[in-house]
Design a protein around this ligand. Structure first.
Ligand code: NOJ
Length: 557
């Protein structure tokens, strides 16, 4: 496979609203990011993925875009953006933007036109339908943010489709003119000098013609519309067309956020010969702790399932496509609270999870705060939450009679605001994030978990991430080596090998809170990295892993 710069890159995701506030309005901003570029350089990352910074009324914190070619006022100006891009490039850091084109804001100029009349030239940029004769909605799909996926617009007495909030109407990708406008917009950003795109729910843009009703799962209020828009009929055609018309002409990184993409789909999306995208974000490992009732139906974490899932992706895409690797993003709870242990073994388990992910094959993504082991937050009242997904779900389910205490419990475990509390820079008020009042409360554990402390402690999670990033830059084995699962049936251990040319690395990760003995068959004299300061007890036959221990051995053959 031809080598690409993004093969051995590590990406760091910034959620600008929560990163660093430079002007005291309680909202992070672009100048705040510029102030922290040296911090990111110290960590050693290669690429920043910026969550949306475009002009937006912030119904969904920037994922509802009013103007694709302007910067959100709260974040700064286009001049600030250009300065950020220059200053990052000066430090050898690339910048990838978020591309949100499944939908726009309802305040976008296209939608303002579209809703005016049925014969407006922009009418067909969105998906409009009238009610059925009996007055029922155009179809039975539910919105991903609760309620129906259709909203009535009184001006023309028709409904528009919104897979997300009412303020995020879906763009009509069947419309050739809309597609061309999007490609031109992408090209203008690339010409500005950016280094690629993370493409928001990009595998939802092609809907089944006729928008048929979907099956309604038992007990559900709405049909599972995903049957008719996930990996829809024209998705590969659209991506190929977009690639040809825009980013395919530049040496940039593209990663498609793709809920519901299987390994078979991912091979089609990422096979370099097909010229669609470089890699996708799968959701399969993020769904392992959800039950049949969906995301809020919280299930215990099952390590065996995680092992099987990662192994499936590692093996299936080897030499055929490319994986992206992530534990966290702005939509997911904090991994140390989710799959690790965020009290006694917070440091050990955060480092162990980092080891597990960063030695896999693919491009790793670190989400802001992960590198200092930030944890989930548990606000006591629903009023303290800002996220539209949480608020809509709360309203719908309390109206149906669900127990508020139970809902709050699932929000504590799964809510997106877990990831969105401001970055804890130091032990001063509001964690040093702002001199004003933060838009979302800072996690109260900021006096103990913060960047300043991490930078002062040579054994911190931060410096461990730094080592893992450096290892990837030094070793082709991590980037290109073959993966194999070992100790498949060990209930609390995830162990695997990576093999390249004449070397094999053995990676052992313990999820147990007690010592665990595993058999070994290889030489254990060459230790690459581990999360305890001293070596574990190992003989020719067995290795004793301490709680949440991660250890990596290298052998030559
Ligand atoms: C996925 C984004 O990551 C999420 O934050 C957003 O709410 C939806 N797409 C809609 O844009």
């Amino acid at each position: 496979m031809e080598r690409k710069w993004w093969h051995d890159s590590v990406v760091y995701q910034i959620y600008p609203r929560s990163f660093n506030d430079s002007n005291g309005d309680g909202i992070g901003d672009l100048v705040g990011i510029i102030e922290k570029l040296d911090y990111l350089k110290e960590l050693g990352i290669d690429v920043i993925w910026l969550s949306p910074v475009y002009d937006s009324p912030n119904d969904d914190n920037g994922y509802d875009i009013r103007d694709y070619e302007a910067i959100m006022d709260e974040f700064g100006t286009m001049a600030d953006f250009d300065r950020l891009l220059d200053q990052a490039h000066e430090r050898g850091i690339k910048i990838v933007m978020d591309l949100v084109v499944n939908h726009s804001s309802d305040e976008h100029a296209w939608f303002a036109e579209s809703r005016k009349s049925k014969d407006n030239p922009y009418r067909d940029y969105y998906i409009w339908r009238s009610a059925h004769e009996d007055g029922t909605l155009p179809n039975n799909w539910g919105s991903i943010f609760s309620g129906p996926a259709w909203e009535l617009d009184e001006a023309t007495n028709e409904y528009y489709l919104h897979l997300f909030s009412k303020k995020q109407p879906d763009l009509n990708w069947e419309n050739e003119k809309l597609r061309q406008e999007v490609y031109q917009m992408i090209t203008r950003w690339l010409d500005r000098g950016i280094d690629g795109f993370r493409m928001d729910v990009i595998n939802l843009i092609s809907k089944t013609p006729g928008l048929p009703d979907a099956t309604v799962p038992p007990g559900a209020l709405y049909g599972e519309g995903g049957q008719h828009y996930i990996n829809g009929p024209r998705i590969h055609e659209f991506l190929k067309e977009m690639n040809d018309a825009s980013f395919g002409n530049y040496d940039v990184l593209t990663v498609g956020e793709m809920p519901g993409a299987t390994t078979e789909d991912a091979i089609l999306y990422t096979d370099p010969a097909r010229k669609e995208v470089n890699m996708v974000f799968t959701f399969e490992h993020m769904d392992l702790d959800s039950g049949p009732g969906g995301k809020w139906d919280v299930q215990p974490f099952d390590l065996q399932k995680l092992k099987q899932n990662f192994t499936k992706w590692q093996v299936a895409l080897h030499e055929k496509g490319w994986n992206s690797l992530y534990w966290n993003n702005h939509d997911q709870p904090r991994v140390v609270s989710r799959f690790g242990e965020d009290t006694t073994y917070r440091v050990e388990s955060a480092k162990m999870l980092a080891t597990l992910l960063h030695l896999l094959k693919g491009t790793p993504y670190i989400y802001q705060g992960e590198e200092i082991g930030m944890t989930n937050v548990a606000f006591e009242s629903i009023e303290e939450y800002e996220d539209i997904e949480i608020r809509n779900m709360w309203k719908e389910r309390t109206e149906q009679g669900a127990s508020p205490a139970e809902l709050l419990r699932s929000i504590h475990v799964k809510g997106r605001d877990n990831a969105r509390t401001p970055i804890q820079w130091d032990a001063t008020e509001h964690g040093g994030f702002t001199t004003g009042t933060p838009w979302l409360k800072v996690n109260p554990n900021y006096p103990t978990i913060n960047v300043e402390k991490a930078l002062q402690d040579p054994d911190s999670i931060f410096y461990y991430y730094k080592q893992l990033i450096a290892l990837r830059h030094q070793h082709d084995l991590i980037v290109y080596g073959e993966y194999a699962l070992i100790l498949e049936d060990a209930p609390h251990i995830y162990a695997y090998t990576r093999t390249y040319e004449n070397q094999t690395w053995y990676i052992y990760c313990s999820f147990a809170t007690e010592d665990t003995i595993v058999p070994v068959t290889h030489d254990s004299s060459d230790r690459v990295i581990g999360n305890y300061s001293d070596a574990p007890h190992v003989t020719d036959e067995q290795l004793t892993l301490r709680p949440y221990e991660a250890i990596v051995y290298r052998t030559h053959h």
